[in-house]
Write a protein that binds this ligand. Structure first.
Ligand SMILES: Cc1ncc(COP(=O)(O)O)c(C=O)c1O
Length: 461
């Protein structure tokens, strides 16, 4: 890979001058820093333009489940593009979308049999809210339009999905957003109210009951849906406490509120099953998914709805007036089919289930460091919360967080050969979601790099 563009510009200079990177502070590059340019991937590793190798501890962005460099996925894409590069799903169908819809309906629990394709996760969330609103109108309950989601949760950037997102700083610049989105506490057990810290079940009950409280505050006849991730990513991996989803399902049934399982990160083996609602034994009304569906080899998302939600669309002149040119793109659906073939052939979900305890145990070794307050997560999905004082669980103030995460950690981890994420959208955490193919040697490599960098981080406060 040459280090210059076809026009002869140094790539990092052209990146600085022309590329608008997502969620990126460009000042870092304006002031002499160089954007890392990633040029190649193989298995669990990626390489930058200078030839340096990194362990991909985040599967790109919670996406590359089967690992990098799978030529069979590239070949599936090429085959499909040669045969039928593009056709929309607007009143027409193509074999890839049909076959994948049938396959996803087979993996999904209960009667979630109807698959609406998008190009990514935010569009799937957006579609789910729109479906919930239209569904309630069609069944004669037109005032049910509001949604409930959890503090610090991320659900995407379209304006509806951003309303559902529970991160005030991510929304501020774009207010006013779509009205009618309300927030409840998440399941951060480490930060649970003091009297519930030693009783996970009681904490789960308390957190689920906050959803009921919000429904009652707003009035059940105004609430359309609750959006929850099986394991909440933002804030640093909050698994559901025991009994949480049983109680949420009960509340949703009591008040006729749809339960949307936002599995944009958690589906496709991240927790160990195709859909993570199965990992926690609940059946939602809608699943939203994306990312691992194609392992990122081509963009694709989906909203999977129950038969009940599709019922009013079966007859007459009714339609879901919603769609995307590239939703269910033929190349992406072909790649998704080939990706899921790899899952089944290589038993990736079983691999995750078998190896997750060892991954967790390896990361938990880090709890001997003074800066590591909590290690939490499920499957191949972990958050490591950093604290100033372990005994009191005191967190860092904004300045310290800035110095620690942005000033030191992100770059130091990368320089040490680990691509992962240091995030302060909630309390400061390091997030890990590697490709699902890794085992003990890579767990040890991750732990080793984190140990040396986190030990040094302490000196940067
Ligand atoms: C839970 C969840 N929902 C929605 C999204 C948005 O997905 P996308 O970036 O594909 O639009 C994300 C992205 O990370 C996510 O984690």
């Amino acid at each position: 890979m040459t280090a210059t563009t076809p026009q002869g510009t140094r790539r990092s200079d052209a990146a600085r001058d022309h590329l608008w990177m997502h969620f990126t502070r460009h000042s870092a590059y304006e002031n002499g820093g160089e954007a890392p340019v990633i040029v190649r991937g193989d298995g669990a590793y990626i390489w930058d333009a200078a030839g340096r190798r990194y362990l991909d501890g985040l599967a790109g962005l919670f996406t590359v489940q089967v690992g990098h460099g799978r030529t069979e996925l590239a070949e599936a894409a090429a085959r499909q593009a040669g045969e039928l590069a593009f056709f929309p799903l607007w009143s027409y169908a193509h074999p890839g979308a049909i076959d994948l819809a049938e396959r996803l309906a087979g993996y999904a629990p209960g009667d979630l049999n109807r698959v609406f394709f998008t190009t990514g996760g935010g569009e799937a969330v957006e579609s789910a809210w729109k479906l919930a609103k239209q569904y309630w109108k069609l069944v004669g309950r037109p005032t049910k339009h509001k949604v409930i989601s959890r503090a610090v949760a991320y659900h995407g950037t379209p304006q509806g999905a951003l309303s559902i997102t529970g991160i005030p700083a991510a929304k501020e610049a774009f207010e006013p957003l779509v009205p009618g989105a309300f927030k409840v506490p998440n399941t951060n057990h480490y930060r649970a109210p003091e009297h519930l810290r030693d009783d996970a079940k009681a904490f789960g009950r308390w957190a689920a009951d906050r959803i009921e409280e919000a429904i009652l505050f707003e009035g059940p006849e105004t609430v359309a849906a609750v959006f929850l991730e099986p394991v909440q990513n933002s804030g640093g991996c909050f698994p559901p406490p025991p009994g949480y989803f049983d109680r949420v399902r009960e509340i949703c049934d009591t008040y006729d509120v749809l339960l949307v399982s936002d599995e944009v990160i958690c589906a496709f083996g991240r927790i160990g099953s195709m859909f993570a609602c199965d990992d926690f034994s609940y059946v939602p009304d809608i699943i939203t998914c994306a990312k691992g569906l194609t392992s990122g080899y081509s963009p694709l998302g989906a909203m999977i709805a129950s038969d009940r939600l599709f019922e009013p669309f079966r007859a007459g002149s009714t339609s879901f007036s919603h769609g995307y040119t590239f939703g269910g793109h033929p190349v992406s659906t072909a790649v998704a089919m080939a990706n899921l073939d790899i899952f089944e052939r290589e038993g990736l979900n079983d691999h995750v289930k078998q190896n997750a305890p060892a991954f967790r145990a390896t990361l938990e070794k880090l709890l001997d460091l003074p800066i590591v307050g909590d290690v939490r997560g499920e499957g191949y999905f972990y958050g490591i919360e950093l604290v100033k004082d372990k005994a009191t669980r005191e967190t860092f103030d904004d300045d310290e967080s800035e110095r620690l995460l942005r000033g030191f950690l992100s770059k130091a981890l990368f320089d040490a050969g680990l691509y992962c994420r240091a995030d302060d959208r909630g309390d400061p955490v390091v997030q890990l979601a590697p490709p699902l193919i890794i085992g003990q040697p890579e767990f040890d490599e991750i732990e080793g790099i984190l140990r040396s960098v986190l030990s040094e981080a302490w000196n940067h406060l």
